[in-house]
Design a protein around this ligand. Structure first.
Ligand code: ADP
Ligand code: MG
Length: 614
């Protein structure tokens, strides 16, 4: 047999990379704004048209590029920010992977104009789907302007699954705010369809927060300030009295980079202790500075997750400093300052040379998945109408199910419009049935909707589990008699690693001597007689995720448990159960793809049906 393996052409490789880095117009904007920051700009102007579908333009007054650099910048792995592997441990720039422009150019029409201060004329490049169309001298200001038009013009699947303009615009504003918040010394403006959306003057962090969220924020903030040998913290937490019913503004920046970190989030919430009114969320805007060698930011293509070498200390310091801040402003009752004033690491540890973080590659990267980013924007509510909670154990499935981030999507002519999460009444009046005990079939408008029942349930549970890990732990179903479970030493260690997350997901377990857990409670849908089996399965798949997508630890655990809990083919479902599931599915942030990247449903249009009969 002849050899069959070939290297992918660059164009294809770039398109695959784009799948990871550029999920939607907002991701492209983030990359461009970060490049403008890295170029040392003091002014950054953003121009958006049609929520980024037709134009995303970023104009900066940074260092600009030479003609050669301008051409090079669209090559994959072309970067001016690192040169050798060691540089990865000293990253101070926003970018370093050298793949953003190459990815964007592979899936859009790009026009770049750039000029360095020492050059008299600049250069203009036009690139369409990775192909250089023209490269000409041009008169322009010092700095760079990049315009991205027709994003995803050659990736219809992506384009069709974009949400409404209103929803995409919200993602765009969110990315804009993240970059603008952590760079208050830079002036930012943003225009959408010629209307000015933001105009942010330079100032300090507090002024920037007020600029982004409104001047009323000024009186709502309590400063946090802490310098330790491991980490410096600056920023603000919202006074408890102003905590929001929906999720507040919650921002962590590590070395000026916005990151998502459920663990650190927990530290902050924990510091508020009983200060928060029930079911409210605190706001926080925290800038963490840490030596780059002590974190690894290269664990996710979009660089929104990091790994701390010493996350336990980071947690402790963060929690203590927020607590102290709240105490200092006498909004916190009794505080034990004695225990919390000394954060500095023991001298013995200070003298140790920091161990470079291990570079993690994602061994199970799936270029065809449509979802890598999990976000929790404002909004949280009970999504199952109480009238549906009739089914016995079915209602359990959705007990306390809070759905994060429902987008108020509106009508949109381009591509396929998904059912609106806010308008799912049609499900109640639709007739629906199970096919072969594994598919759910029902009409949606003039289309036939066929849903994979297991994938759908998995998706619903996955989002619920993620939410549980990061914000709202699921309460365990108490066992009448606690159970002790002994595992092999290796499995025991793996489960120990997941223990915090599992406890948020409805397990109530503690250690009980050697390799043994004592289980006081279990999550819904996990059977008492299957606890051991479930833990063993979790340990095994945690270690060897196989072909599955691996994102962060939380995502992984949320996915593994969801897959364990989900309805399997062969399960008979009553009509109300079916309707609950379909409703919950379309309330999901990204209903169309399962946590493992499988298509959850298909629409069959009238045209397709007509064709069959023609
Ligand atoms: P990265 O930011 O990871 O280096 P990118 O693909 O985003 O990779 O950009 C590639 C290179 O192009 C950057 O390293 C930088 O040298 C150059 N570049 C991109 N945008 C700008 C800009 N706005 N101003 C100056 N140089 C830029
Ligand atoms: Mg970049």
């Amino acid at each position: 047999m002849p050899d069959i393996i070939q290297l992918l052409p660059d164009v294809v490789a770039n398109q695959i990379a784009a799948g990871e880095v550029i999920q939607r117009p907002a991701s492209a904007l983030k990359e461009l704004m970060e490049n403008a920051i890295d170029a040392g700009s003091t002014q950054v102007k953003v121009i958006i048209r049609e929520a980024g579908r037709s134009l995303i333009q970023v104009i900066d007054n940074g260092c600009g590029m030479s003609e050669t650099d301008a051409r090079m910048s669209f090559e994959r792995y072309a970067t001016s920010k690192i040169r050798k592997a060691d540089d990865l441990y000293a990253i101070r720039t926003m970018g370093f992977r050298g793949e953003a422009l190459a990815s964007i150019a592979a899936i859009a029409h790009v026009e770049l104009k750039t000029k360095r201060i020492e050059d008299e004329t600049g250069v203009q490049l036009v690139i369409e789907g990775a192909e250089l169309i023209s490269c000409l001298p041009v008169a322009c200001n010092t700095g760079t302007s990049i315009a991205i038009k027709n994003l995803f013009f050659n990736v219809p699947a992506r384009r069709n699954f974009l949400k409404s303009n209103a929803a995409e615009m919200r993602y765009i504003m969110e990315e804009f705010q993240r970059v603008a918040l952590s760079h208050p010394e830079t002036e930012f403006s943003m225009f959408h369809n010629d209307t000015e959306v933001f105009n942010l003057r330079t100032g300090n962090f507090r002024q920037r927060i007020a600029g982004v969220f409104g001047s009323s924020y000024n009186e709502k903030l309590v400063p946090v300030e802490e310098d330790t040998s491991l980490i410096n913290i600056r920023g603000y937490v919202g006074k408890p009295a102003f905590a929001k019913k929906s999720r507040g503004e919650q921002y962590f920046f590590v070395n000026r980079r916005f990151i998502k970190d459920p663990y650190l989030h927990h530290a902050v919430v924990n510091a508020f202790e009983d200060l928060l009114p029930p079911s409210t969320y605190p706001s926080y805007f925290l800038l963490l500075e840490i030596e780059p060698a002590k974190i690894d930011i290269n664990i996710h293509p979009t660089k929104t997750e990091i790994k701390f070498e010493d996350d336990k200390s980071a947690y402790a310091i963060l929690r203590a400093s927020v607590k102290r801040a709240l105490g200092r402003f006498s909004v916190s009752p009794t505080l034990d300052f004695e225990q919390e004033t000394s954060f500095n690491l023991p001298l013995s540890q200070l003298s140790q040379f920091p161990v470079p973080p291990r570079i993690q590659v994602n061994p199970s990267f799936n270029p065809f998945k449509t979802e890598t980013e999990i976000r929790f924007p404002a909004g949280s509510r009970q999504i199952i109408p109480s009238s549906l909670n009739k089914g016995q154990d079915w209602s359990e499935i959705y007990k306390g199910l809070d759905q994060a981030g429902l987008e108020a999507t509106s009508k949109d002519q381009s591509g396929l419009q998904l059912p609106e999460p806010d308008d799912l009444d049609w499900i109640q009046s639709a007739s629906c049935f199970q096919l072969a005990l594994k598919y759910i079939v029902l009409p949606y408008r003039d289309k036939l909707l066929v849903i994979n029942q297991q994938s759908a349930h998995e998706k619903v549970l996955y989002e619920k589990n993620l939410e549980a890990i990061s914000r709202q732990p699921i309460s365990a179903q108490k066992l009448v008699f606690p159970k002790t479970i002994e595992l092999g030493p290796h499995e025991f260690n793996l489960v120990m690693e997941m223990k915090n997350e599992l406890n948020s997901l409805g397990f109530d377990m503690g250690e009980f001597g050697k390799n043994t857990f004592v289980i006081h409670g279990i999550p819904p849908q996990v059977k008492e007689e299957e606890i051991k089996q479930t833990l063993e399965m979790l340990a095994e798949q945690y270690e060897y995720p196989g072909q599955q997508i691996t994102v962060g630890k939380s995502e992984k655990i949320a996915r593994l448990l969801a897959s364990r809990q989900s309805l399997k083919p062969g399960k008979i479902m009553q009509v109300p159960e079916i309707k609950s599931l379909v409703t919950a599915l379309f309330k999901c942030r990204i209903p169309e793809s399962s946590p493992t990247g499988k298509q959850v449903f298909w629409f069959f249009t009238l045209d397709e049906l007509d064709q069959k009969f023609s």
